[in-house]
Design a protein around this ligand. Structure first.
Ligand code: DP6
Length: 372
């Protein structure tokens, strides 16, 4: 059916990726997507792909929750019931290279929920709705440093997100996303964490230590104490992957290249006598490296040395002028192998804001509500 342009209302939004510093791994309620532990993340200045079948149960649950809030809303001049009859056309695009193979659908669901909330005029805590799409999506509703409190209530009402500090709090913090070449086909995080909850003793042991770790990383963020921030981040990433190996049958998201990156980061930190770089890995082999702006040229030089690559687009994102004068002494890394082209490319980014509405001229749908 053709739609008359006047019958169409549209909204275009973008939403960021987030990377967990203290990982979410395991649910206490599969349907409401309630976590077994609280988690902490940093929202990145980078958006992500999102593709989903309309039949997907989580997508349906997100749409019906938005409509429920819309139904509840009664404001003069507003006609929520008419809105409820609307037919939805959803189109999504990604400026985050699909080849990156980053597993999380966080940015996509955060974006969808944010866009729907604008379209239906819904207000309030939309991160709870984003959570129904994908647990980690609820953290992408805020910019900067974010905590997702697990909550204890059965209905999930007290499972909510909150910003620890805005993206402007630590302007020197930088992130390099190292996209590795040897991508493996990996277990989806939803399934992986379910098996871990059922079979890993270590996961249940981990839960005891998470609250203390969260307090420590919050303090490190607020004090901009990079050394502690790096140590807690790396230990938590390692613990997630230890839990994955403790899962039966075991899950391994990390490849030889991931392990090589970890070895290199520890060598850099040892040579520097304090932490200059931190790694974190989600449900895949790509590394997220954290560092301070002043150290980016040195770290890039080292990465170029160990992973030589002639691709002119090897480094993407925030521009760093070439020809650094960093004088790296490679004798400190003599037992580490050079592996040409082990990395596909690197994205250089930093903490960023939450979702936002874009000018409709840049929209993905035509005035008829169809994909361009
Ligand atoms: C390793 O949010 O993708 O990235 O809630 O089942 O959709 P579902 O899982 P998802 O899991 C993310 C797991 C993680 C850690 C994290 O982001 O905290």
């Amino acid at each position: 059916m053709e739609l008359a342009p006047d019958d169409v209302e549209w909204v275009t939004c973008d939403s960021p990726v987030n990377i967990a510093l203290i990982k979410y791994w395991g649910k206490r309620d599969e349907k409401l997507i309630l976590p077994l532990n609280s988690s902490v993340s940093v929202t990145l200045n980078q958006e992500e792909v999102w593709e989903q079948s309309m039949k997907n149960a989580r997508l349906q649950s997100v749409i019906s929750q938005i409509k429920r809030l819309c139904r509840k809303r009664k404001i003069d001049g507003d006609q929520p019931n008419e809105k409820l009859q609307w037919k939805l056309h959803i189109c999504s695009e990604n400026n985050f290279p699909t080849a990156a193979g980053l597993a999380s659908s966080a940015a996509g669901y955060a974006c969808l929920v944010y866009a729907l909330s604008k379209l239906y005029g819904v207000e309030g805590d939309i991160s709870k709705i984003a959570r129904l799409g994908s647990g980690s999506a609820c953290r992408s509703i805020h910019g900067g440093f974010v905590i997702w409190n697990k909550g204890d209530a059965e209905d999930g009402e007290d499972s909510s997100t909150e910003q620890i500090a805005p993206e402007t709090h630590w302007p020197e913090l930088r992130v390099l996303i190292l996209v590795v070449s040897d991508q493996t086909k990996h277990t989806a995080s939803t399934v992986g964490m379910q098996t871990s909850v059922e079979t890993s003793d270590l996961l249940h042991q981990r839960l005891q230590g998470v609250p203390k770790r969260i307090e420590r990383i919050k303090k490190a963020i607020l004090r901009k104490d990079f050394h502690s921030f790096a140590e807690i981040t790396m230990k938590d990433s390692n613990q997630l992957h230890a839990v994955c190996l403790d899962t039966y049958p075991p899950i391994s998201y990390l490849t030889d290249t991931s392990h090589h990156i970890m070895q290199l980061v520890h060598a850099i930190n040892q040579d520097n006598s304090s932490n200059m770089v931190a790694y974190s890995f989600d449900a895949g082999p790509n590394a997220f490296l954290f560092m301070q702006e002043k150290d980016v040229p040195t770290v890039l030089d080292i990465l170029h040395y160990f992973y030589p690559n002639s691709d002119p687009h090897f480094i993407r994102g925030i521009h760093v002028p070439g020809k650094h004068d960093t004088h790296v002494d490679y004798t400190a890394f003599s037992d580490i192998k050079v592996i040409p082209r082990a990395l596909k490319f690197i994205i250089h980014t930093k903490p960023g804001p939450g979702p936002s509405v874009q000018e409709s001229d840049n929209g993905l749908l035509t005035k008829d509500g169809l994909p361009k």
